[in-house]
Design a protein around this ligand. Structure first.
Ligand code: GRF
Length: 203
């Protein structure tokens, strides 16, 4: 089973997936890492692991549709079973989303459906919530709105800062993303209609 990972930055979630692969626990192979940002550190993580690292800068395209068309071509060259968004900071066109429908996952730093979009940790702190966390979901046309496959919860302590909360959530991201990817690659996790299904049970 073949996996293509899309990144824009540090790539710590990518690293968590690479680490599983290194231990033969991913259930598939990351065949390429693609970044829209040329100096994304995640590209180096890919190279260090002997994975094909591709840069496709969005600045060179006139429109989202043009960029996404080029991105589809690069991705499909690698014939993935699964596309993994790991800190890929771009809104995706509907053509792109439809192309990989049911075989594209994203990780989002909130307990969806709470706090879609950016600055999730600041929003959670401002609201004074007792629990925050992260979610892996199938990507649909609704931004951060697709069916959730797995979530991890963290407690928000009294002296929590945005930085400490972000760090806490990040460590959980690194735990749950490999689990979801593994489930998918083993054929246990599927999108059926608009519902994520694990081992035949709707989530
Ligand atoms: C993570 O917080 C993830 O939830 C969000 O982007 C960030 C990526 O972090 N989608 P990293 O590049 O994997 O370290």
């Amino acid at each position: 089973r073949r996996v293509v990972v899309l990144i824009s930055g540090n790539g710590s979630n990518l690293q968590a997936l690479i680490d599983e692969q290194t231990h033969d626990r991913l259930g598939g192979e990351i065949v390429a890492v693609i970044s829209n940002v040329a100096d994304a550190y995640g590209l180096q993580r890919a190279r260090d692991a002997g994975i094909d690292a591709v840069v496709l800068p969005h600045g060179e395209y006139d429109s989202r549709e043009a960029y996404d068309g080029a991105l589809i071509k690069v991705i499909e060259r690698h014939e993935p079973d699964l596309v993994v968004l790991a800190g890929f900071m771009r809104i995706l066109s509907s053509r792109f989303v439809q192309r990989f429908h049911g075989r594209m996952l994203n990780i989002h730093p909130s307990l969806l459906p709470a706090y879609r979009g950016l600055n999730t940790h600041a929003k959670a702190l401002a609201d004074g919530v007792a629990e925050h966390g992260c979610s892996v979901h199938f990507v649909t046309e609704e931004l951060d709105g697709g069916p959730v496959a797995i979530q991890a919860v963290v407690n928000v302590s009294g002296d929590e800062t945005e930085t400490s909360l972000k760090e806490k959530v990040h460590t959980r991201e690194h735990l749950i993303y490999p689990i979801a990817v593994k489930w998918f690659l083993e054929g246990r996790l599927r999108l059926v209609g608009e519902t994520a299904v694990l081992d035949g049970t709707p989530l």
